[in-house]
Each structure stands twice: as C-alpha cells, then as structure tokens.
Design a protein around this ligand. Structure first.
Ligand code: UDP
Ligand code: XDX
Length: 263
C-alpha cells in the first residue's frame, strides 16, 4: 500500500492488517516533491516488484478480491494484452438514498465527452477514469505518470499511442462503491483532467504549442467567515496544475526497488 501523506493512522492500520506500506515521499526522496494521486501511483510502481502491477483505490467500500484477480485474468491468459481497465456499475451513495448508476460524475459529465471528441478510439472504455487497473510492468514503466487526478486520463491516451488499442482490455468487475467527494472537489479534479488532455492535444499538434492555460480555478463557497458581503459567498482559488513523473524506466537507476516505510 502507498502511504500518500496520510495524516491519520492509515499506515499503521494497513501494516497491522498485513500490508506492506511504502511511503510516497520515501520512494521519491531526492526527486522534485510532487503531489497527488499520480505521484503516489508512480511511487507504488517503483516499489512493486512483480512483472504485472495492479492499482486499486483505497476508498472502495465492499472491496472484493476479484477487483484484483479480475484485472489479472487477461494479462495472464493473453500475451497480447498489455493493460486492463476495470469497469463496473457505479452507484452514487448519498446520506439517505442510492442512485444506482449516479456515480462517475466527472466521467459522465466531462471525461467521457472529452475522450470521445478527441480520442474516439477510447470511446469503448466503459469507465475510463476507473481507479482499478493493471498492466505489465515493462509497459507501465514506459509512460509518464501525470500527478493529481490526470493520471488515468494520461495513462489511457499514452498507452493507446504506445501499444495500440488491441493491447488494451477491460473487464467487468460488477459494482463499485467508493467514498464520494463533493462537487467542488470534482470540479478541481475535472480541471486537472482538462489540463492533462490539453497537454496531450499539444503533443498531437491539435493545440497550439507554448500556450499554457491558467492553472488556477476559482470557485464559490456559500457563506463562511470570509464571505464577501455583496456575494454571500467565499471566493476559493485553487491551484489545479499537474506535473509529470517521467517514465520510471528512465529513473530506475536513481531509485531503489523498494523503501518500506519505517515502522
Ligand atoms: O493524493 C492522493 C489522492 C488519491 N490517492 C488515491 O487515489 C484514490 C482515488 O482518489 P479519491 O478517492 O480522492 O478520488 P475519487 O475516487 O473520489 O475520484 C484514493 O482512494 C487513494 O487511494 C492517493 O494515493 N493520493
Ligand atoms: O469517475 C469519476 O467521475 C470520479 C468521481 O466519481 P464519483 O462521482 O464520486 O462516483 O472518480 C474517478 O475519477 C478519478 C480521476 O480520474 C480517479 O482517480 C478515481 O479512481 C475514480 O474514482
């Protein structure tokens, strides 16, 4: 498990449950300090030792082993498959009700249209942002990892270009419930995904090189002590910039295979 700067007892609890815990910061010590999910996954890949590596979000409710074994199936049975994405029904679990397929809000409102418009080859992925996926290490180490929440979007686009659509697969994992973030958080997530897509459009020559969109997102929070009198809202400006960890294959000599977090 990658301890991604948790501020609670996550690492201790995971270790007590038998997990081997690696620290995101320990794995990247000596490198520029980056943040977010993509940096944590890159650290996890650096720490892992298998020829096949699976990633699973830590906020799943009702986790089942098939969330991992299901991902491995195609990789273990078809040498032509290099990467496998999970898909599932995604209920949106509210305080008093459940909307059967209401989850995946960023997927349905932004990521799916975005990918369909500019990378229609990827339109067949049911859950392009799914946090459960697996791949062959030799392939995963050849793509950069975008930090923050752009990691899944960049990985799909980069792997499409690197190994081709026929090497990408998806498996039905049934239903996935997870801890939902609020709409403002998903707005920041969406902005990171858009910036990630912009960088891939620039690489493809579909967006002007050298044009850098702003990486500041302004949002409004109702009420609050800092609310402006004529607005009844606080203005919240967030840095939604994303960076990249280079392909791990280029960095391997600078990183040990594993730095297990100190007890
Ligand atoms: O800085 C981060 C953010 C996310 N995560 C991992 O990525 C998963 C998905 O992130 P999050 O739950 O924030 O996104 P959501 O599932 O709500 O889209 C988390 O459960 C963590 O396992 C991480 O390791 N470091
Ligand atoms: O798919 C989505 O729209 C978002 C939000 O899901 P919910 O609306 O909270 O079910 O969740 C995913 O997006 C993140 C960014 O790619 C991934 O890192 C998460 O693993 C995934 O849960």
């Amino acid at each position: 498990m990658v301890d991604s700067r948790s501020t609670d007892r996550t690492a201790q609890v995971a270790r007590a449950a038998g997990a081997e815990v690696v620290s995101q910061d320990a794995m990247t010590r000596g490198l520029p300090r980056l943040a977010g999910k993509g940096d944590a996954l890159w650290a996890g890949l650096a720490a892992a030792e298998g020829d096949v590596v699976a990633f699973v979000d830590a906020d799943l409710r009702e986790f089942r082993p098939h969330f991992v074994t299901g991902l491995l199936g195609p990789l273990l049975t078809d040498p032509g498959v290099q990467f496998v994405k999970g898909f599932y029904h995604r209920p949106l679990v509210g305080a008093t009700s459940v909307e059967p397929d209401g989850g995946g809000r960023v997927t349905e409102l932004m990521a799916r249209p975005l990918l369909n418009l500019f990378w229609p080859e990827l339109a067949g992925f049911v859950q392009p942002l799914a946090g459960e996926y697996a791949g062959r290490r030799e392939v995963l180490e050849r793509v950069p990892f975008v930090t923050g929440y752009g990691v899944e979007t960049a990985m799909l686009i980069d792997l499409l270009e690197l190994v081709g659509l026929d090497a990408l697969a998806q498996v039905d994992l049934g239903e996935r419930k997870h801890r939902h973030q609020d709409t403002a958080a998903l707005g920041r997530m969406s902005a990171q995904i858009m910036l990630t897509a912009w960088s891939r459009l620039q690489r493809r020559g579909w967006a002007a090189p050298g044009v850098a969109p702003t990486a500041l997102l302004t949002q409004f929070r109702r009420g609050g002590s800092e609310a402006l009198p004529n607005l009844d809202r606080e203005i919240v400006v967030s840095d939604v910039s994303v960076q990249e960890r280079p392909p791990l294959a280029q960095m391997r000599q600078r990183l040990p295979r594993r730095r297990v977090a100190a007890a």
